[in-house]
Structure formats: C-alpha cells, structure tokens
Design a protein around this ligand. Sequence first.
Ligand code: ATP
Ligand code: MG
Length: 318
Amino acid sequence: MEETEVRSVMDNQGTEPIIRLENVSKVYQMGRVEVPALRGVDLTIWPGELTAIVGASGSGKSTLMNVIGCLDLPTEGTYHLRDRDVTTYNDRQLSKLRGDGIGFVFQSYSLLTQYSALHNVQVPRYYATGRGDSRRAKELLAQVGLADRARHKPTELSGGEQQRVAVARALMNDPFLVLADEPTGNLDSASGQEVMDLLKELNRERGLTVLVVSHDPEVSSQARRVITLEDFPTLAERVARSPRRTRLTDISFYEARAQFEKEYLQALLQRCKYNISAASRMGEISRKSLHTKAVKYGLIEATEKTKEKVREAEPVLA
Ligand SMILES: Nc1ncnc2c1ncn2[C@@H]1O[C@H](COP(=O)(O)OP(=O)(O)OP(=O)(O)O)[C@@H](O)[C@H]1O
Ligand SMILES: [Mg+2]
C-alpha cells in the first residue's frame, strides 16, 4: 500500500501544482507597528498530496493557511492557486473561489449553535447558491458516521462529533482542497484519530488535496509530507543584517521516518554500548533487522558478509 501511495504522489509531478507560493510575505499592520508573520515563503503543493504543516506557536502556520485558503492576501509575493494568480482577485472573486473550491476545518469546529447538524452541513451551499441540499448533507453525515445525529444541535454532540460535522460541511461543495487548522486540537486522541482517519480516507480515495496544521506529532506523522515553519534568520542573513526569512523544512514522510529511525537506533545502540543482542532485546527488534538497518544508516561498520546482505536488501529498504 505504501508503494501505491508513493506512486500517486510521483505521478503528480507531471501535472500542474495546485498551490504555488513564490516569495510570499505577510505583514500585519497593528496601528503603526508592523508584525511580520511570513517572510519570503516558497512552497509548491501537488494535487492529491496530504501535507502536515508544523512549527512553533507564532511561526506563521495559521497565516500561511489563511493565505492558501484565500481568506487573506499576501502583502508581498505571488500566489497561484490552480494556475490562477489570486493576488489579482477582488473580494468577491476570492469569496467565490473559497466557497466553490475550498473546505475549511478549524480547531473550534465553528458550527452555528442554534442549527442542527443537517443545517450546518448545508451552510456552504447556502452561501454559494442561496439554496440548501439536504439529500447531499444527509449523505455526507452518513459518510462521517453521523447519520443518526442529523437533527442534533452542536450542544447535543460531543467535540469529536462536532468536528466530524465540520468535516462534512467542508465537503458540501465538493472542494478540490481541504484546509484543516489544528482539527484535532480540542479532541481526545481517539476522536482526533477519527477525524484524521476521515481526512486520510478522503485524500486516499478521492485524491483530495489536504493540508493539516498540527502541533501533535501523532497527527503530522500520518502525513506523507511534513513542512516545518521556522522564523529565524539564516547565518548569511545575520551576517548581512538583512531581514529575516521564514524557513521551510520540507521532508517527505519516508525521509522523516528514516531520520527518526536512524536517531532512534543510534540512541538504542549507544545505550547498549553497541551490543547488538542487548539492543535487539531492548528495542524489541530482531538482531538481523537491527544489524541491517544499523549498517544502512552508517551506525556500525559492515562486515564483508553483511555487506552482501545489505546490498540485496537495499531496494526493499530504500
Ligand atoms: N490578525 C493579526 N494581526 C496582527 N498580528 C497577527 C495577526 N495574526 C497573527 N499575527 C502575528 O503573526 C505571527 C504569526 O501568527 P500565526 O497565527 O500565523 O502563528 P501560528 O504558527 O499559527 O501559531 P499557533 O501555533 O499559536 O496557532 C504571530 O507573531 C502573531 O502574533
Ligand atoms: Mg495557528
């Protein structure tokens, strides 16, 4: 299954990016004070990707999501969404683009409290067309496992259920992009996982492009691509005293996992003073597999015998 996932992302490399940010900066004006929130960000997202955006509080994650979701325009740089330069759009055009094509899920669910789940799900359709579609809303509620809660108001639903209503609402207009800012932030881990499972299923089965902001490593580790935002100057910039940039570290899940595994095995081996048997027991990993991986990551020297084996194993491990 992992193989097909890789292929589906690779295939997109021939098509057009869905999101293309070039040198995007966002400065908030607070009276006379300027608050820079994003500086010189370049980012390309391909159709069908599931990407996690992580980074410290204040590093600009929500600002980036607001720009990508056309809730806010950058103060500098260009943003192409499906090959259209949205920085040239006026408010009405932006709002149409959002309503027709982008589904939003927020940490605080943002449901209308006085209306039933069934009505809440239809809200984006009312905005877009002035009319609801209760049949479609019912289908979506069924899809998120809430067919029997359609008549409930948000206060009569658990947090996890409310967030699933919010996911159904995000899908109402058949978006090409779903943006979720801390969707699991207010949920316990089981309900959070249910929401993540939904987003993953939509991505896998419908090829929907999904961006998820999260502080939770449990969430970001489920994305195939993880982008870390950091807001600090590079060495060159410090020397030149030039403005700071937002730094983007962009790694695929496979690299992230390999990096994680390497660090983990290194710590395990150090702890056991490089005794493979002891480390294998402590890490609950077979000796053979530990040895092969440790050689692959350059943590131990390969003997002539293992070199052959590693070479054989390489295509599988790579
Ligand atoms: N509307 C606003 N007006 C002024 N400054 C803002 C505004 N929104 C965000 N900022 C500032 O921009 C910077 C980035 O904020 P942002 O909300 O994007 O961070 P974040 O990474 O989402 O943080 P968190 O993890 O806490 O949600 C912060 O310094 C913040 O204070
Ligand atoms: Mg935020």
